[in-house]
Design a protein around this ligand. Structure first.
Ligand code: C2E
Ligand code: MG
Ligand code: MG
Ligand code: MG
Length: 285
């Protein structure tokens, strides 16, 4: 068929295309085994208040350590997992492991006000999805207001009915909802209107350029003003420089996440990190 469309169409059969497809299917094959082979683990990235003296929450991020490939970034395997029906398994693993690690370290449980998990649109598919979330959180005593689910706008859009149904049940049990990568989707305002959202996370692509792109700076200022009017919490993502932090603070942003403050880290390091933070606070008071 490609032949009949002339030589220009041979591009479709470019070996690099086949190679790419082949690589993806090999990655998918490996991903199917990653959970049972204990190749997945978690890292935690703290979020900070304005003076960076206290942690306001942590985001849970999954890591895949492949024995041959090394560290495979989530941006590569999460979309693959979403397309091939593996995401629920990953979400269940991440939530259950995150809650277990939190409860194993009472210091964390005592000092971390909020624990945020990333969830996908496909996590909300099907009638069993609500029970799955509830089961994943079951070990957690008391109300579940320490738990936050980070949802992307595109996720909410694809499956709004499913998302809405589950979110409303979880919200009644205290679970909070955050809109991740805010500003990158095209239904931000509609999503805000339809779901009980407590927080937005300004996408790092905006934060990156606020100090040298006046358009991005104005957009960020507008997001902050809107969030204030709607009584939404705002977390700035991907804050890497003091200049970015200074601008964000001046415009009223109150929570910060990024390499400037802390990189994502395994639970043991998080414990040490919080111990050090507490010690510094005690010395100052
Ligand atoms: P995200 O939820 O927007 O997470 C923030 C990403 O930014 C993380 O990348 C984090 O390591 C990175 N980051 C944090 N601070 C900085 C910074 O200062 N500079 C830069 N350049 N990057 C920073 P990561 O861990 O590679 O995750 C990428 C994406 O993969 C996440 O974006 C999220 O969409 C997805 N993801 C990660 N873990 C999970 C998970 O457990 N479940 C689901 N469904 N998705 C996940
Ligand atoms: Mg996130
Ligand atoms: Mg994000
Ligand atoms: Mg992202």
């Amino acid at each position: 068929e490609a032949k009949s469309r002339g030589p220009g169409r041979y591009k479709v059969y470019d070996p690099s295309y086949g190679e790419l497809a082949n690589q993806r299917s090999l990655l998918l094959y490996d991903l199917r085994h990653a959970i049972s082979q204990r190749q997945l683990s978690l890292v935690y990235q703290p979020q900070f208040c304005t003076d960076a003296q206290a942690i306001t929450g942590v985001e849970v991020l999954v890591r895949w350590h492949h024995p041959q490939r090394g560290l495979v970034p989530p941006d590569q395997f999460i979309p693959l997992a979403e397309q091939h029906g593996l995401i629920c398994q990953i979400t269940d693993f991440v939530m259950q492991t995150g809650i277990r690690e939190l409860l194993e370290h009472q210091l964390l449980y005592k000092h971390i006000p909020r624990v945020s998990f990333n969830v996908s649109a496909t996590d909300f598919n099907g009638s069993g999805s609500c029970d799955r979330f509830i089961k994943n959180l079951a070990e957690l005593p008391g109300d579940w207001s320490v738990i936050e689910l980070e949802l992307t706008e595109s996720a909410a859009l694809i499956n709004l009915e499913g998302v809405k149904r589950v979110i409303e049940v979880l919200h009644d049990k205290g679970v909070q909802v955050s809109l991740d990568d805010f500003g990158t989707g095209y239904s931000s305002l509609n999503t805000l209107r339809l779901l009980p959202i407590k927080e937005v996370k300004i996408d790092q692509s905006f934060v990156q350029d606020i100090t040298n792109n006046s358009q991005d700076a104005k957009l960020v200022r507008t997001i902050l003003a809107m969030a204030k009017a709607l009584h939404l919490r705002v977390v700035a993502e991907g804050v890497e420089t003091h200049a970015q932090a200074t601008y964000l603070k001046r415009e009223g942003c109150e929570e910060f996440q990024g390499y400037l403050y802390a990189r994502p880290m395994p639970v043991k390091n998080l414990v040490t990190f919080i111990e050090n933070l507490n010690q510094r606070q005690r010395m100052q008071s």
